[in-house]
Design a protein around this ligand. Structure first.
Ligand SMILES: CC(C)(COP(=O)(O)OP(=O)(O)OC[C@H]1O[C@@H](n2cnc3c(N)ncnc32)[C@H](O)[C@@H]1O)[C@@H](O)C(=O)NCCC(=O)NCCS
Ligand SMILES: Nc1ncnc2c1ncn2[C@@H]1O[C@H](COP(=O)(O)OP(=O)(O)OP(=O)(O)O)[C@@H](O)[C@H]1O
Length: 200
C-alpha cells in the first residue's frame, strides 16, 4: 500500500486539504487527532503523562487539561521533548494498526503536523507539503481556536520552517487562498493513483 505523508505548519490547511482527498475515498490517518484521542483513552499513555506532568493534568472526568499541558510544554523545551517522546511512539503504533485495516484503497494519507520533526516521513513513500503565507496561518488559527497571536507563534516556533521542510518534500500544495486548491489536489490525486498502479 502506497503511503503518502502530508504535512505543513500550524494553520497551513493540512486538514482542509485532506477532506478533499477523503471525498475521493482516500483513507486519511489524522495523527494529531489520534494523539488527542489516545492521550485520554490509552491507559499506558495516561499513566506516563500523569507521572511526568502530575495527576492533576487530567480532570476528574478523565479528560486531559489541554490548556494546562499546552502552557507547560510550549514554554519549556525539555517538557515538550518529554511529551513528544511519550506520545509519538504511541501514535506510530496506532498508525500501523490503522494501516492494517486499509485493504482496498489505492493509497493512504498520513496527516501529521510533525511529520518531519518526528521522523515519521521516513516511513512514507512520498511526502506532500502544504504551504501558506506566514500571516495567513496565524490569522486562521487565531480565528479557529480563539487564541492570541503569541499562542500561535509559540507552537509555530516549535515546528520546522517551510524552508526546512521543502527539501524533504516530494510535492507541494500552495494554500494561499489565491491559487485554487481543488485542481492542485486533483492533479496530485491522479498522480498518486498512477504511482500506486506502477508499484502494484
Ligand atoms: C500540548 C497539547 C495538549 C496542547 O493542546 P492544544 O489543544 O493547545 O493544541 P492542539 O493539539 O490542538 O494542536 C494545535 C496545533 O499545534 C501544533 N502542535 C501540537 N503539538 C505540537 C508539538 N508537540 N510540537 C509542535 N507543534 C505542535 C500542531 O500544528 C497542532 O495542529 C497538544 O498540542 C499535544 O498533546 N501535543 C503533543 C502531541 C503531539 O505532538 N501532537 C502532534 C503530532 S502527533
Ligand atoms: N483555502 C482556504 N480557504 C479558507 N479557509 C481555509 C483555507 N484553508 C484552511 N482554511 C481554514 O483555516 C483554518 C486552519 O486550517 P486547518 O485546520 O486545515 O489547518 P491545519 O494545517 O490542519 O492546522 P493545525 O496544524 O493546527 O492542525 C481552518 O479553520 C480552515 O477552515
Amino acid at each position: 500500500m502506497l503511503k503518502i505523508g502530508i504535512t505543513g505548519g500550524i494553520g497551513s490547511g493540512k486538514t482542509t486539504v485532506c477532506k478533499f482527498f477523503e471525498l475521493q475515498r482516500i483513507p486519511v490517518f489524522y495523527a494529531d487527532q489520534q494523539a488527542k484521542s489516545i492521550m485520554h483513552t490509552d491507559g499506558l499513555l495516561v499513566d506516563q503523562i500523569s507521572r511526568e506532568f502530575g495527576a492533576d493534568i487530567y480532570f476528574s472526568n478523565g479528560e486531559l487539561n489541554r490548556s494546562k499541558l499546552g502552557a507547560l510544554v510550549f514554554n519549556d523545551e525539555e517538557k515538550l521533548k518529554k511529551l513528544n517522546s511519550i506520545v509519538h511512539p504511541a501514535v506510530f503504533r496506532a498508525f500501523d494498526n490503522w494501516l492494517n485495516q486499509q485493504k482496498n484503497a489505492p493509497y493512504v494519507l498520513k496527516e501529521a503536523a510533525l511529520l518531519f520533526e518526528s521522523g515519521s516521513y521516513k516511513d512514507c513513500d512520498f511526502n506532500l507539503l502544504i504551504t501558506s503565507p506566514h500571516n495567513l496561518k496565524i490569522s486562521r488559527i487565531m480565528q479557529r481556536d480563539s487564541v492570541s497571536e503569541g499562542e500561535v507563534l509559540k507552537r509555530m516556533n516549535k515546528q520546522l520552517s517551510d524552508a526546512e521542510k521543502a527539501p524533504l518534500s516530494d510535492f507541494t500544495i500552495n494554500n494561499d487562498e489565491k491559487q485554487l486548491l481543488i485542481p492542485q489536489m486533483l492533479d496530485l490525486h491522479n498522480h498518486f493513483i498512477n504511482l500506486s498502479l506502477s508499484v502494484k
